[in-house]
Every structure is written in C-alpha cells, then in structure tokens.
Design a protein around this ligand. Structure first.
Ligand code: 6R9
Length: 570
C-alpha cells in the first residue's frame, strides 16, 4: 500500500525532525505545576490542577453503559476523588500501600483510582474477567492491603491465601457491611468532598502496578512512578494531538496499561473531556458512542478495528462520525488493510503507535504531520532514542532485522518488577539498551517496521519471516477475518509456515478456498511466505487487549504447555 501524505491542519507537533533536534524533557516538565511547587502527585496534576485553573465546569468524564449515563466536570471529579481518598484513608490506606481495583468500568472505578493516588498509594487495576488463579497471583505478589470489587466478583478472591489483604470495599448500594467487607457507595456519599491534604510524593514514588504475562512463569508486576506523567503529558500533546476542546475516547479497560496511561493519565493531564464506555465491545454501541459525544480523537486497537471491519461498511453509513479528526491504534501490528479501510470509511488515517506495559507510554508513533507508511509503527517520539541492535547490543544498519531496543532513561520507564529484581535486570543487560523482546527493522528513512515477538519470528528454508507480514496479507483476502501465523518445526525446511484462520461470515472451508488463500499470499508476498498448512477455527486465542496469542497456537500445535493464560479472553 502506498504512503499516505501528512495530514493538513494545525497540529501540536508540526515538524518532527526539528522537534527531535530541539527536544529537552525539562521544557515539558516546565508545563506541569510541580516544576514550580516541587510538589508532585499524579491525581492532583490530572484533575485538581484543572479544577483550580479555569476548567472547573468543563466535563472531565462522560460515562455510559447499558444502564448508566452520567457526566462529571473537573470540579466534580476533584470532589469525588477526594471522597474516595477519604473513604480509603478511613480504613487505613497510607502512602505506598497497594490498593487493587477489580471491577467493571464505572465512574466509581475512576474515583477510587484517583483517590488512592491522592493518598500516595500504589493502584493495581485488574480486568473484571480474571478468574481466581489470576486474582490470587496478583494480590499475593503485590501484597495488596485493600481491594475494591463487587459482590459478584467476590467468589474469585481466595481470601485464605491472602493474609495481607485487610479490607474489601464493595461497589453495590445494597451490600451490607460484614466485618472487613464494607460497602463503598454509602461511604462515598457520606465522605467529605474536601481532602485535608494530598500526599505529596517524590517523582520516583510508586504510582501503579500492571501485571503482564510472559510465556513462562507467573505474571510480573511492572511498577510505574509519578514521574511517568511527564511522558504521558508529552505524548498526549504530540501523539494524541490533544487540544483543550477535544472529546477523546480511549476504548481500553484500565486493566490494560493503555486504559490507564491513555484512558486516565494522558487525557486528564492534557485537560480534555474523556469518554468512557462501559460494557462489552459492540459495533453499534461503539459507533453510537462516537456520534453521541462528537468524539474528535479516538484511540483503539487493531483487533477492534478488524471486528468493526467485519461488521461491514453499511453499518458505518448509518452513523454520523464526522466529528472524528484523529484516530490511533496500539497493541498489535496494524495491518495495512485496516489503514486502507480507515481511509475509506472514516476518511481518517489510523495512526499506529508502539509501546509496552514496561515502557509506560508511547515510544514509536505515527504523527498527524508525518507521512504514514502503512504497516510501519512510525518513528520514535521526540526525547526517545530507538534502534535495532544485535544480540550483543551493537546497532544494526537500516533494513536489518534485529532486537527493537530503546536507550535507557525515558521518564515513564518501569522502575521495578515487583519482588523480582533479577527479572528487572534482564531487560537492561545490553550496553544501556532496554531490550523490548520485539523484532523489527528500521528503513533508511527512520521508519520502524514490526516483525513479531523475538520468539515468534519464523525461519523457513533459510528465510526469516515475520508472522505479522503473512497475517496482514491473509486478512486482505475477502474470506479471512483473522489470522495467526506460527512456525511449525519441519525436518527439511527448519520450520514451515502454518496459519490459523477465522473465516468471515458466509464463507466455508474447502480445498479450493485453501488453495486460493495460499496463492493469494504467494502472489502478494512471496512463495516462501505462503502457509503450507492451514487450520480453520471459529475464533483465535487472544488476550483481553486483543493480541493474538501465537504462543498458544504454537503450544496447541506442538502439544506443549500453554503457559500463563490469565490474560486470555474467554
Ligand atoms: C501498549 C501495549 C506490548 C507488546 C509489544 C508488541 C505488541 C504493541 C504494537 C505492537 C506491533 C504495535 N505491540 N503495540 N506490535 N505494532 N503498534 O500493547 O502493551 O500489552 O504490554 O504489549 O504488544 O509485541 O511488545 P503490552
């Protein structure tokens, strides 16, 4: 697919090269209040600061789901998060305590998250869909002292294994207190909306723990600190391109880092109106959300865009989505086919952004004022140095596949793997480079191209094949809704390419269709990249953030243990 020209109009970042050259993190810090006061707290910076500086009556949060439809101004967010802080303080929460939140999206979730941060506590948001094992691993490892949840999720909390858990707050107006189990809602109602004093913390003090799963071992707790706000704020400006009057919608749940860095911190630091839609994914709901709130900036994920694509273009035409001015994606490689679709149906380029739980914020991105090369993640944000390095940490020249690495020292970098110093160190073993675990190459113009997780890259008959390339070609075929590609060991070729495919509605598996798909990849990509084997499934194993779990496909194929599955979708 051809490059898409830079977008016209006024953007926060107009000249990428110049911005990179002149960049200085200090100048970003100067825009935040603690630069003057020396006092830092993420929740103050994101909410109270705006309430006190002319935005008291601006809507900070629009929340809706099947039953609720509410809005809260910055002043109200300040008051409700103060209430939540008072409730937590009352039950003994102090600086450094871990407060975990295990519940579906609701305004209360956001009040509690901000309230806990105002006390200097470390928050740990969990996906509501986690089952007992996943909940135990996280609460046990973090030593959580307080849990905020709902009565229906209680049965998934194995209290007998969690001696450090002292209090549980239940989000349900009809719940009656029992011992350490207390109703949240009446306490919020009764609490004062003034907070005696916010806990002013150090830049390096803990803010949030997000657990991520690797292919082996238990999930690890990635710790971020208050200083991360510098990068959340910077990227909200230059990547999300947020301006004062934007209505912004990030579709991610706070259980995933995208749902906090860019569903809470980024937009509120930038002082915009933030939309949260509760409930499950549904194409009609989603289009209606954009139409209803006149969403201007929309941040979602490739899997969601592919599902919207599958729902058909006719559906899009029923809605007025003309408010959209900027659309972005994260979590997985963004297939060029999806970019093409975005232009066709929304008249919007979808801007791919690359980052990880560990990096805390966006790292390599496409900017409105930049030419987009569909399939590329874009270029490093000003202030971040990225490179492709070999296994010894030597930088590789353009167009060579290798480890995607980042020069140590960006503000939102994780500061610890909770209880696991050894694991933390493994990320930084190569000459001051943070090793991401992704493989990629950089072209001669500095655009980065994702190839797969290092362990996903396929070696077939001496050729290195990135599974993403093949998957992207496969989803261009009209019969293919989703595809996951793995290398299957083969005595002759080393590995052969095997594709797991979910067909679109109306298509049936047949030998003819298989051959047609094979030829389609062969002609569109390369003979060696065409799948030799195909298996059809009604759906593919995915994480809750939408990543196709290639390691699960591989484990199925080879009859191996699948590793930690706590983040897999039902
Ligand atoms: C924010 C987030 C990180 C891993 C990362 C990579 C994949 C994320 C991507 C992408 C290709 C992109 N990933 N963005 N791959 N293109 N734009 O996703 O964090 O859940 O920790 O996942 O996701 O493999 O290493 P996390």
């Amino acid at each position: 697919m051809k490059a898409l020209p830079a977008k016209e109009g006024k953007h926060n970042l107009t000249n990428y090269e110049e911005a990179v050259e002149q960049f200085d993190w200090n100048s970003i810090e100067k825009e935040l209040s603690w630069f003057k006061t020396g006092k830092i707290n993420m929740a103050y910076e994101a909410i109270d600061r705006h309430a006190e500086n002319g935005k008291a009556n601006q809507v900070a949060l629009y929340y809706s789901d099947a039953r609720r439809d509410e809005s809260y101004t910055y002043q109200e967010m300040k008051e409700y998060s103060n209430k939540a802080a008072n409730v937590l303080k009352d039950i003994g929460v102090t600086k450094g305590d871990r407060v975990f939140i295990f519940m579906p999206r609701s305004p209360e979730l956001y009040f509690v998250l901000l309230g806990a941060i105002k006390l200097g506590a470390i928050v740990g948001p969990l996906f509501e869909a986690f089952m007992e094992g996943a909940v135990r691993d996280r609460l046990e490892d973090s030593g959580a002292k307080v849990l905020v949840t709902t009565p229906s999720l209680l049965e998934r909390v194995p209290f007998s294994d969690l001696p450090e858990l002292k209090k549980v707050l239940l989000d349900d107006k009809s719940y009656n207190d029992q011992d350490s189990f207390l109703q949240l809602n009446s306490r919020l109602d009764d609490a004062s909306s003034e907070l005696d004093s916010i806990e002013w913390v150090d830049k390096e003090d803990g803010l949030i723990l997000h657990y991520t799963s690797g292919s082996t071992g238990k999930p690890k707790g990635v710790l971020h600190v208050h200083e991360a706000m510098v990068q959340h704020y910077h990227t909200a400006k230059v990547v999300l391109d947020l301006k004062d009057d934007d209505i912004y919608w990030c579709t991610a749940d706070p259980g995933w880092v995208t749902g906090t860095s860019y569903g809470v911190f980024g937009p509120w630091l930038a002082g915009v109106t933030n939309v949260v839609r509760g409930g499950r994914f549904s194409p009609t709901d989603w289009y209606e959300t954009i139409q209803r709130y006149d969403v201007t900036v929309w941040y979602s994920a490739p899997t969601a865009f592919r599902m919207l694509m599958s729902a058909g273009d006719e559906l899009v035409k029923k809605y007025d989505l003309s408010s959209l001015r900027h659309v972005l994606s994260v979590g997985e490689p963004l297939n060029p086919e999806v970019v093409r679709w975005g232009v066709q149906v929304f008249d919007q380029r979808i801007h791919d952004t690359w980052w990880m739980t560990e990096t805390g914020a966006q790292m390599i991105c496409n900017y409105p004022a930049m030419e987009i090369r569909p399939g590329s993640m874009g270029k490093p944000i000003p202030g971040v140095q990225a490179a492709i390095v070999d296994d010894k940490g030597n930088e590789l020249p353009p167009n060579r596949m290798g480890n995607l690495a980042i020069k140590e020292g960006w503000p939102s970098m994780m500061r610890a793997v909770w209880n696991n110093e050894a694991k933390y160190k493994t990320y930084f073993e190569l000459n001051g480079w943070y090793i991401s675990g992704d493989s990629a190459y950089m072209d001669e113009d500095g655009y980065f191209w994702f190839q797969g997780r290092i362990d996903d890259v396929i070696m077939t008959a001496g050729e290195r094949v990135g599974p993403f390339e093949v998957e992207s070609k496969l989803v261009e075929h009209p019969a293919v809704a989703e595809a996951g590609v793995i290398g299957k060991p083969d005595p002759v070729r080393g590995e052969i390419i095997k594709a797991f495919i979910a067909l679109r509605e109306g298509y049936e598996v047949s030998d003819d269709l298989k051959e047609e798909i094979r030829q389609f990849v062969k002609n569109g990509l390369a003979a060696h990249a065409a799948p030799r084997e195909m298996e059809f499934r009604s759906s593919l194993p995915k994480t809750r953030s939408g990543k196709i779990m290639r390691r699960v496909l591989k484990a199925w194929e080879l009859d191996l243990p699948t590793g930690d599955l706590s983040t897999m979708e039902d």
